[in-house]
Design a binder for this molecule. Structure first.
Ligand SMILES: [Zn+2]
Length: 183
């Protein structure tokens, strides 16, 4: 184990969590922000992260490339409700279930923070929408949640994070696209 990677990975996780926390406060879900990604400090997630540390992209990606799968990811997605993969059940008729509001908000904060932390100076407010549109796994996200996410990222592209990521505005968009209530 490289000591440089140990601290590098620890720093990335802490920096990401701090960025998510600040956004979560804006989004009105501070507790979710505090609890965000705590499983990344578990043995299985943390040491895989150290081994495949890169700094520019998630180590999970490099582990999958090397081994065909990632134990850290399987552990992470089963425990963290801010991932749409958590809300997918092959046994159900409607396989992709609606993600409850606070976790949908946390998911927005997570995606924004991940882009900001990994992309650094190359990040701009159009990035989250571009990233979402390029995803090839959207069929696993509930269609209403997809509409909500597109609406949020479109607004971020147009107006920036400060104006869009507020509790009031996210609630408005969630009501409109998920609960079908227009305000
Ligand atoms: Zn996570």
């Amino acid at each position: 184990m490289k000591i440089k990677n140990f601290f590098g990975h620890l720093h990335t996780v802490n920096k990401h969590r701090w960025c998510v926390f600040k956004l979560s406060v804006r989004a009105g879900i501070p507790i979710r922000g505090l609890l965000h990604d705590l499983s990344k400090y578990s043995f299985v997630e943390f040491f895989e992260g150290v081994k495949y540390y890169n700094g520019k992209r998630s180590p999970i990606h490099f582990c999958k490339e090397a081994n065909g799968y990632s134990n850290a990811w399987l552990h992470h997605k089963g425990r963290n409700k801010h991932h749409f993969e958590y809300w997918y059940d092959f046994a159900l008729e409607e396989k992709a279930i609606v993600i409850p509001q606070k976790y949908a908000f946390e998911m927005v904060c997570d995606t924004l923070a991940a882009g900001i932390v990994y992309k650094g100076k190359a990040w701009n407010q159009k990035e989250p929408l571009k990233y979402f549109e390029a995803r090839k796994d959207k069929e696993y996200i509930n269609p209403k949640i997809q509409d909500f996410l597109v609406a949020v990222y479109t607004e971020v592209a147009e107006k920036g994070i400060k104006e869009v990521v507020t509790n009031k505005n996210l609630k408005r968009l969630y009501s409109k696209y998920v609960n079908n209530v227009s305000k």
